[in-house]
Design a protein around this ligand. Structure first.
Ligand code: ATP
Length: 355
């Protein structure tokens, strides 16, 4: 196992800046997730770390040693792709042992390691099968096993669950998390799925257009998003964002936008009269019948996700989504009163978090 350090990695493909100045520290044994929309540079970064593609600028260090000049094999990293890329004519056992065989390891040692890995992944009973005789989830486990069997210094996983159906994804995700707990290996994992990133990662790196927007624990990313991109990319349904201005009324600061007004806290004098965007997560808005600063909205529709319902409404012209209990029901056009806790607001100026 090794720690991984990326220092100012940049990469261009012609006119496209695929990566700009990406720096990152992954501790030994840490599960680090690269999260971002399609085309943000996640796979490019993984390929660069693997040594499959050279960076234009910057340095990669494993355990503090630069590995830029080393071949993929010399770096001793293992990569698992979205397409399992198993050898179709080989059995599971042969697929698992192939990499060790190529490294000249003895047959007896290979057998031992293959069995140990198969046990870890719960696929001992499948060792004599060919890939075509396996389900998608089982193939994915074999692909993981092939990487795991030789205990590399670093695992690179590129959207490894995206070929699985929704239920299987959830199961394999949990298995992967518990596997990481057991083997405590260093993992760099690419996904565009925010739920996957939040459930798997010790650390999440949010990328867009080749740039790092935020690095933090899932809690930090969700509760203190650094900018409006992170705020709206992470969280489902997305955070409500309202554009307006901070105004001062007596001793109080308020957020004023064309459709409503509410109190703000933790505001300093220099923020007065600033144009800001205020973000409120759907679960941080309450339904309230009475109180001081209620907001009045009109219901447009409800969506039901089983455990919760979401009310999609309008505050004047601004759309707003509010989480509701599963037994709540409103009609289209119904007026509702809402309250927000000023401590749960996210305030952004020029797209960046303030306050
Ligand atoms: P996805 O989630 O869709 O796989 P990604 O975040 O992994 O996307 P990359 O594949 O790393 O994104 O691509 C980053 C950018 O670099 C994209 O604009 C892509 O079109 C471009 N790109 C990647 N590889 C090449 C290449 N070999 N030649 C030219 N452009 C490339």
């Amino acid at each position: 196992m090794a720690s991984l350090t990326l220092q100012n990695i940049s990469k261009r493909f012609g006119d496209v800046a695929a990566l700009s100045d990406v720096s990152l520290q992954v501790q030994d044994g840490e599960f680090c997730v690269l999260l971002g929309p399609s085309g943000c540079g996640k796979s490019t970064l993984l390929n660069i770390v693997a040594g499959l593609n050279p960076q234009d600028r910057g340095t990669i260090l494993l355990d503090g040693q630069a590995v830029d000049q080393l071949s993929p094999r010399e770096r001793d990293v293992a990569m698992v792709f979205q397409s399992y890329a198993l050898y179709p004519h080989m059995t599971v056992s042969q697929n698992l042992g192939f990499g060790l065989h190529m490294r000249g390891i003895s047959r007896a040692e290979i057998e031992g390691k293959v069995l140990e890995t198969a046990r870890l992944l719960g696929i001992e009973r499948l060792l004599d099968r060919k890939p075509r005789q396996l389900s998608g989830g089982q193939r994915q486990r074999v692909a993981m096993g092939r990487a795991l069997v030789r205990r590399p210094r670093l695992f690179l996983l590129d959207e490894p669950l995206s070929n699985l159906d929704a239920q299987l994804r959830i199961n394999v995700r949990l298995e992967l998390k518990s596997l990481h707990r057991q083997i405590k290996t260093t993992i760099l994992y690419v996904t565009h799925d925010q739920v996957e990133a939040m459930t798997l990662g010790d650390k999440v790196v949010v990328l867009r257009d080749g740039r790092v927007h935020q690095i933090g624990t899932p809690d930090t990313i969700y509760n203190h998003p650094a900018d409006t991109f992170v705020a709206t990319f992470v969280g489902s349904p997305v955070m409500n964002l309202f554009q307006g201005r901070i105004v001062r009324e007596g001793n109080a600061f308020r957020f004023r936008c064309p459709d409503f007004l509410f109190d703000l806290r933790h505001i300093t004098l220099d923020m007065e009269k600033r144009d800001v965007e205020v973000g409120i997560r759907p679960e941080d808005i309450e339904f309230k019948e009475s109180g001081k600063t209620l907001l009045h909205a009109t219901v447009e529709m409800m969506s039901n996700v089983g455990a919760d319902k979401y009310v999609h409404a309008r505050l004047g012209k601004s759309p707003v989504t509010v989480r509701a209990a599963k037994d709540v029901s409103y009609d289209t056009g119904q007026r509702i009163s809402l309250a927000v806790d000023p401590n749960k607001l996210h305030i952004f100026h020029g797209g960046r978090r303030i306050g």
